[in-house]
Each structure stands twice: as structure tokens, then as C-alpha cells.
Write a protein that binds this ligand. Sequence first.
Ligand code: NAD
Ligand code: UDP
Ligand code: UDP
Length: 315
Amino acid sequence: MHTQRILVTGGAGFVGSHLCDRLLESGAEVLCVDNYYTGSRLNVAQNLSNPRFELLRHDVTMPLYVEVDQIYNLACPASPVHYQFDPVQTTKTSVHGAINMLGLAKRVKAKILQASTSEVYGDPTIHPQVESYWGNVNPIGIRSCYDEGKRCAETLFFDYWRQHKLRIKVARIFNTYGPRMHPNDGRVVSNFIVQALKGEDITLYGDGTQTRSFCYVDDLVDGLIRLMNTGDDVTGPINLGNPVEFTMKQLAELVLELTGSKSALVHRPLPSDDPRQRQPDITLAKQHLDWTPTAPLKVGLMKTIEYFDGLLKAA
Ligand code: NAD
Ligand code: UDP
Ligand code: UDP
């Protein structure tokens, strides 16, 4: 078999850059496509001298003509602050981006994986969330550009599968964290760590009893690659996330403990449509991918703290 040629859209972002690293380690050729909206060339700088790596500035809302065997479609801003900055562009990225990447996959007969999200469940009324749950999403709220864009992308994936027999894989990714998160992207893990390291107040939105389940990025990337390499009968959607659930208050306290910071906890208003609770049911991932996350939150947080500490010292 020839060397696998793999396209990663959003490859200069947080998750995408780790994925590029791992695919290169496995011997593949990697074409990283990104418009640097939230990502950065710095995230993939370590690969620029690798002859199997290619970096292309391109916006996925525009057609792309390349020859590849696999496509990981990750292009899309992922944090509320970024995806709400230009909500129309967010929907376009998810919807037009999916159409273009599916059209490409159709033409070159590539396997294609979509980075979907736990946000398709909205503010879930069942707990933990299973893939068969249809979700509780506000179609006209401030999170809708992201949630509904991702839902429509899933619809497109399944219609290309039914109509054009494409080989598709849909991963529903739950909150993921780790080195190379954007320090200013407003997500809770990066916010708390940066605040703690700078000795600034830790901003707890609402009363801090809302929950999330955090997956370390190495575990997630392992799950994505396993999903891509399943047989053609496995399309997903499959949840990928760490089922260990924490309240935001517990997370804040853990970050304070691990950084040894004296920062104070302060409360800020809860943003609208903020989901109350979130925890993946990963039965399907265990069954089909033999996958289960291995990094405990403490261990992953330590690595992330180390990364941000280095970043802040270099600044
Ligand atoms: P990120 O913002 O770091 O990465 C997204 C990348 O896509 C960036 O490099 C950005 O520049 C690029 N991009 C955005 N719009 C583009 C466009 N129109 N054309 C080309 N490139 C574009 O976010 P991330 O956390 O790495 O997320 C990666 C993917 O995983 C996203 O699709 C996101 O929705 C999904 N996801 C992430 C999480 C998480 O917790 N990190 C959870 C659920 C789903
Ligand atoms: N497309 C692309 N690269 C390709 C093939 C298609 O970007 O190699 C885009 C193309 O611009 C088109 C979209 O993907 O708008 C959907 O392609 P498809 O073949 O499904 O539909 P059609 O071309 O009939 O609109
Ligand atoms: N959050 C918080 N303080 C912050 C940033 C976020 O308490 O500085 C809360 C936010 O309200 C949400 C949770 O942390 O309940 C996770 O937020 P994030 O934006 O990281 O992810 P998402 O809401 O998309 O899961």
C-alpha cells in the first residue's frame, strides 16, 4: 500500500496540530489546511522541516482540489468567544466547509471524518448523553451558529453517505483540553489556568455547580485515529470524551491546588444557553474502537499548566 495522504482541515488549531503530529509519527503524509482564524503556524512549527508535511493557507468555505486518501474535517472555531465573534462565518465554515470537503471526498473516494461536538445535544435533558439522543438545542440563540452548524454538517455527512455511498465517520467530541489551547479563547480550562498563573481572579460563571467532563487531547486524538481506521460499516456518530464529570467549582479548586496560586474565586453571570451538565456515554467508543481515555484530569492539567507557564514566561 502507498503512503497514506491525509488532509487535516483546521490542522493548525489546538486539536488539529496534535493530530498532525500523531499522523506524521505513524508515517503518513499530512496536508494541513487552515486559514489561521484561531489557529497558528506556531502550533505546527515543529513539523515544517518534515518532508511528509505540507501547510496550506486556505479557507474551507472555498472549494479545494487536492488528491488525498483520508480527510479529517476539524476546521471551525471551537470556543464560544471565537465562534460568536463572527457567527455567520461560523455557520458557513461548518456548512459550506462540510459540503466542500464531502465533495472532495466524493471526487477522490477518500474516507472522511467530521469533528462534531457534544453541543449537538444542546442543554441535554438526559444524562449522560448517548448518541441516540436527539438533543435540546435552541435554534436562534447565541450558541446556535455553532450547534446548528455542526448539526447541519452531520446531516450532510449522512446524506452523502446514503446518497453517494461515501465512507464517513462522525465523532461527537466532548470538552477537550491540553497544551496549545489558545490562551485567550475563553474556554474554562485555559481561562482558569492563565488566571491562576497570573494571580488574577478566577472567574466562575454562575454558581459553578454546572458540570463538564474533560478529555486530555492525547486521548482524544487516539480516539479520532481509531475511528478513522474502523471498517466502512462504522459511521458513528460516536461520542469521544472522558466520562469523569466535574463541577466548574471543583475544576477551579483543582487548578488553584496544582498551580499553588493565591488567586481568589469570583462569580460572573452565567452566559445564556450555557448547558447545566455534560457527560459522555462512551459505550459505543469502547465497543467499536476499543477506546477509553487514560489521562486523569490531574495529570492532564499538570501538562497544560506547564505549557501555559512556558508561554507566559516567554511573553
Ligand atoms: P481551534 O479553534 O483551536 O481549531 C480550529 C482550527 O480551524 C483553527 O486552526 C482555525 O484557524 C481553523 N479554521 C477555522 N475556520 C476555518 C476555515 N473557514 N477554514 C480553514 N480553517 C479554519 O479549536 P479545536 O479545539 O482544536 O477544535 C477542533 C475541532 O474540534 C473543531 O471542529 C471543534 O468544533 C471540534 N471540537 C472541539 C472540542 C474541544 O473541546 N476542543 C469539543 C468539541 C468539538
Ligand atoms: N468540491 C471541492 N473539491 C473537489 C470536489 C468538489 O471543493 O475536489 C466542492 C465543489 O465546489 C462543490 C462541493 O464540493 O461545490 C460539493 O461537491 P459535489 O460534487 O457533491 O456537488 P456539486 O459539484 O454537484 O455541487
Ligand atoms: N466557565 C467559567 N469561567 C470561565 C469560562 C467558562 O465558569 O472563565 C464555564 C462556562 O460557563 C461553562 C463551562 O465553564 O459552564 C465550560 O465552558 P467552555 O466555554 O470551556 O465550554 P462549553 O461551555 O462550550 O462546554
